[in-house]
Ligand binder design. Structure first.
Ligand SMILES: Cc1cc2nc3c(=O)[nH]c(=O)nc-3n(C[C@H](O)[C@H](O)[C@H](O)COP(=O)(O)O)c2cc1C
Length: 200
């Protein structure tokens, strides 16, 4: 049985990793973390997630698209980040930190379910996946950047002519880069002040 303190320290130890060893991730490990992801709850139990796993040459081909996604966010980050972090982030978008595996998470939307519920269900699976990476000794970074180039990503994955994509029934929600960590960044401090409201 998992100790309570171990569980909470696992949650506290999760942080985004943006620099990876080039070592491949064995398929059985990937299958386990994806199975873990899909243990998440989902609205009306629709289990409306779908994942695309990209590795090898196909992964290398994605780098040029990642560089395009940088163009969509670099100006905002220039204002927000100190120069050294901005440079690190730019390099990350150009190399994806050498991550050997890219995942893309999609939602199957439905008129039977509220849109936000569908989206939330997939993100719950993505958080499970973040935690499963930790217990496997992997690191990962969830990325909204692919949404800057949604059409490009959809085409890259061979989904351009998929009618469910065209109708918005199948929707890209995020990317995740993952692999064995090659850095140990400081934990971003949590801001809990004023975030919880108690009523009686
Ligand atoms: C929905 C979502 C989108 C994100 N998009 C990006 C991204 O495009 N690029 C990136 O480097 N990090 C991205 N992140 C990671 C956040 O920057 C990171 O979670 C946050 O700074 C807190 O750091 P931590 O994950 O180490 O606790 C994203 C995280 C989430 C949940």
């Amino acid at each position: 049985m998992l100790e309570k303190k171990d569980f909470y320290s696992l949650l506290e130890s999760r942080k985004s990793i943006r620099k990876f060893k080039k070592d491949p991730v064995p398929k059985d490990v990937l299958e386990r973390i994806l199975a873990g992801a899909m243990q998440a709850p989902s609205g009306k139990n629709r289990q409306n997630w779908e994942f695309y796993v990209v590795q090898g040459k196909k992964r290398d081909q994605y780098l040029k698209h990642s560089q395009h996604s940088w163009l969509g966010i670099k100006d905002i980050l220039k204002e927000r980040l100190k120069p050294s972090l901005y440079d690190f982030t730019e390099r990350f978008f150009f190399t994806l930190g050498d991550a050997p595996v890219l995942l893309f998470a999609f939602s199957n939307n439905s008129t039977d379910e509220k849109y936000l519920t569908s989206i939330g269900s997939v993100y719950m699976a993505v958080e499970n996946l973040n935690l499963a990476c930790l217990v496997e000794g992997l690191g990962c970074c969830t990325m909204g950047a692919p949404l800057e180039i949604k059409d490009e990503v959809v085409e890259f994955l061979g989904l351009k002519d998929n009618p469910k994509i065209k109708s918005g029934e199948l929707e890209l929600l995020c990317g995740v880069v993952l692999g064995y960590p090659d850095h140990n960044p400081p934990k971003a401090p949590r801001q809990t002040e004023g975030r919880v409201h108690w009523l009686e």
